[in-house]
Design a binder for this molecule. Sequence first.
Ligand code: E4P
Length: 217
Amino acid sequence: MKFFIDTANLDQIREAQELGVLDGVTTNPSLMAKEGITGKDNIFKHYKKICDIVDGDVSAEVIATDFDGIVREGEELAELHEQIIVKVPMIKDGVKAIKYFSDKGIKTNCTLVFSPGQALLAAKAGATYVSPFIGRLDDISTDGLNLISEIRMIYDNYGFETEILAASVRHTMHVIDCAKIGADVMTGPLSSIVGLLNHPLTDIGLEKFLADHKKGN
Ligand code: E4P
């Protein structure tokens, strides 16, 4: 399972990278705005900075919602750096653009996916990644993890190569459950990654080992 961090915060990206388990980064317009990154030049520079920190894929989302605009913006983003994955919303023109990018060998992440039908369309259009938002489904009392299971079954039935990128992951249990179901990738906050380290028996055990070592020396 690949681990992506879902942030545009460079310190957090560095921290996850230094842990040695990071496979990529996802961003979205809200996350960029949260870091105060505005204006095309600054946004593009920021994507490059992220690419310089991590070795893996970096999702950069288009703002346009019409086919020509998505294609224009996506091509510019893809030109920026070889690690850039063009993030395209699950709308009619988005699906058309994903097919266009796929034919041209440009990698895509189909975002804002909330149903198995949408995931099927994304795969048929040739998306590299599909992003079902599990946390936002949970927020409206709908089982987000069940969506991951349904997509896994559909993709396995037909051998689709589109990778299931479980998005809107909020905590460590989301990560563990997605791993059990067989999501190819998860993207979540730094806390959902480093939180996996924690177990009280590890802390108690280590404290005892170190105390016993001290006694014996
Ligand atoms: C996906 O790539 C999105 O950036 C993200 O996971 C959305 O998460 P949120 O629902 O916590 O905003």
